[in-house]
Design a protein around this ligand. Structure first.
Ligand code: 3MF
Ligand code: MG
Length: 347
């Protein structure tokens, strides 16, 4: 038996939020980024996930020298706090140039903006010492089918990925698939699409997937299978564990909060797939409930981490011999009952 993995946890500063939603404003005062970083270690987290402008605010208005200086300052702050930058993601969904997508926009000017912004993101990743960037392809899709050529869009995505691999010869690119929201239909909705792009690229070893529970569920897929698919290709760069109650808006609920058994199966796949042995992070992408009092609210992060660790205990005490025997006997009724009893702690 290999040593049990000691998991390392990460989250992004956006996970400590003020509670605004499309129907109402903030309900808590803003917590400045600088004070968020001090919260990581005490909560049991050591990895920080960034958007490019979480590192360098107002990025589009900064000169290269300003970008470099700010990145160095953030790298130093991380060092002082004992934190590791897990990834940096180009925010390609906020600027006026990304209203109809970046890499797949019909406008050559917008595509140029997307590439310029991506280069800044790659520079920032290098400067803060992050080994990966994440592509959550928020607006690379369409609201109506006739709006874009999907074939051309896939070709443009591949070209953009190859340009990134070329621009930075050591960076890894982790694609975070999501089937919809904000677009009606996204071009990279599943792990299968992400890995197909990876294999088509000029250096596939550096292109991987980041699987988010809620995004897989929005695609009506099982998140543990999406993770297993990436693991089978040695291409699970990271995870965004959370939960989702059915096919509705992206909820980012606490891990296991909607479906404990599905959460257990994700933990089982990560455990059995050797995830984390090379320092991969257990990333959480969870949103605090708008109803929660206090500021800053961090209970959802602490709780999701604890739920994960409780499920690791369940995964480690899951009787593999019995499971094998029940599989051999093809007695899935008994296997299901054993699993439920195990999860409920029933004797
Ligand atoms: C959107 C997401 C995003 C991404 C983040 C980093 C706000 O549904 O999940 O979180 O995870 O942009 O890629
Ligand atoms: Mg996410």
């Amino acid at each position: 038996m290999p040593h049990p993995t000691t998991y390392r946890f990460s989250f992004g500063p956006w996970n400590i939020s003020e509670g605004a939603d499309p129907f109402g404003p903030e309900v808590r005062p803003v917590t400045p980024h600088e004070s968020k970083f001090a919260l990581y270690r005490p909560l049991g987290f050591e990895g920080v996930q960034f958007h490019d402008d979480d590192v360098v605010p107002d990025l589009d208005a900064q000169t290269p020298a300003q970008i470099a200086a700010k990145s160095v300052a953030v790298a130093q702050m991380l060092k002082n706090q004992g934190l590791t930058p897990e990834f940096v993601a180009p925010r390609l969904w906020f600027a006026p140039q990304t209203v109809d997508g970046g890499y797949t926009s019909n406008s050559a000017g917008d595509r140029q903006y997307a590439w310029d912004r991506t280069k800044k993101c790659l520079d920032i990743a290098k400067a803060v010492g992050s080994k990966a960037i994440v592509l959550w392809l928020a607006r690379e899709g369409s609201y109506i089918r006739e709006a874009k050529s999907a074939k051309l869009a896939y070709e443009r995505l591949l070209t953009a990925i190859n340009q990134m691999l070329d621009y930075d010869k050591s960076i890894e690119i982790w694609i975070e698939p999501k089937p919809n929201e904000p677009t009606d239909m996204a071009y990279v909705p599943t792990a299968g699409h992400a890995l197909a792009l990876a294999y088509a690229s000029q250096d596939h070893k550096r292109v991987k997937g980041l699987i988010e529970t809620a995004h897989a569920l929005l695609a009506n897929l099982d998140p543990s299978d999406e993770m297993a698919f990436c693991l089978a290709h040695d291409k699970l760069g990271s995870v965004h564990l959370n939960d989702q109650n059915g096919l509705k808006y992206d909820q980012d609920k606490n891990f296991g909060g909607a479906n404990l058994r599905a959460a257990f199966n994700q933990v089982l796949v990560l455990e059995d797939g050797g995830y984390g042995h090379r320092g991969e992070f257990i990333g959480l992408d969870v949103k605090t409930m708008r109803t929660q009092a206090g500021s800053p609210v961090t209970a959802h992060l602490k709780n999701s981490r604890e739920i994960f660790l409780l499920l690791v205990d369940k995964a480690r005490s899951y009787d593999r011999k019995l499971v094998q025997q029940l599989r051999d006997n093809r007695d899935y009724e008994a296997l299901e009952m054993y699993t439920i009893r195990h999860l409920l702690g029933a004797r």
